[in-house]
Design a protein around this ligand. Sequence first.
Ligand SMILES: Cc1cc2nc3c(=O)[nH]c(=O)nc-3n(C[C@H](O)[C@H](O)[C@H](O)COP(=O)(O)OP(=O)(O)OC[C@H]3O[C@@H](n4cnc5c(N)ncnc54)[C@H](O)[C@@H]3O)c2cc1C
Length: 282
Amino acid sequence: MLERGAMKPAPFEYVVARSAGDVVAALADGRARVLAGGQSLVLEMNYRIARPERLVDINRVPAFASLDVDGDAVRVGPLVRHRVFETDAVPGPLGVLLRRVVRNIAHPPIRARGTMLGSCAYAHPAAEWPAVAVTLGARFDLLSAAGIRTVAAADFFTGPFTTVRRPEELLLAVHLPKMPPGTLVGFVEHRRTHASFAGLAAMVAVTVTGGRVRAAHVGLVNAADRPVRAGTAEEVLTDRPLDDATVADAAAAAADLDADAYQRHAVGVLVRRALHQARDGG
Ligand SMILES: Cc1cc2nc3c(=O)[nH]c(=O)nc-3n(C[C@H](O)[C@H](O)[C@H](O)COP(=O)(O)OP(=O)(O)OC[C@H]3O[C@@H](n4cnc5c(N)ncnc54)[C@H](O)[C@@H]3O)c2cc1C
């Protein structure tokens, strides 16, 4: 419960982890919280929305900052900050999409500290990275004393601020699948102020060969209590040329997912704009 006027955290034990083993040991009794970038957790603790008994600071585990771009998927560790995705660290169309997305996350000081995995663990319904993970069909690795278990992003998010992660598990990595060269990507977001969370956003990744869409990913941010993958819009796009009629049909299919009339209109507009951005650049 929020205590009015409370601006400092309740007492807690502070553990500085130096290795993955330290983290697992400190999380084992299920009464601790991981401290990554602290951009959401510290705020919650100061307002006493969160009162962890123990805080496990993972910032001194160098291996956690690893970003591996060599395989079929890009593996992102728990200390990879948002700002890394502003650079060309990730090659190809996936890198282009991540660069388009990241500039919509908060503002530079928060992007310098906050992490992609912290955002996924936090599971804010309006956060961008969870929607990227779901839309691209990513998978998560979760580490505990029992070893590593892997969960598809589609099964990871269960509601606002809730995931299938158990309290004794560290979110160890997300694997974001790479997309074929030439895949066209778009991301369009509506938000009230420069640094606020998304009111609503749409992302697309469309692979076109021989004049037809061969693969399509369409996802929505903050259209529901968890990230939404717009499967019907993806079906509409597949095997058709990416012309204005196809774009309009896909936008309408995505909009149909939403029950609310205003939001339906907004989803349609954002999906259409994201597809135009992908196709025409900009
Ligand atoms: C003013 C403001 C504006 C913001 N705007 C946006 C925005 O537009 N879009 C957006 O997406 N976010 C936004 N954020 C949130 C920001 O992106 C945070 O960085 C992010 O939500 C959490 O990442 P973090 O690394 O700071 O996690 P922390 O704050 O350290 O942790 C958040 C939660 O996740 C848990 N956690 C963190 N890492 C792990 C892990 N590896 N394994 C298990 N549990 C873990 C923590 O225990 C805690 O419960 C905003 C924040 C602020 C303050």
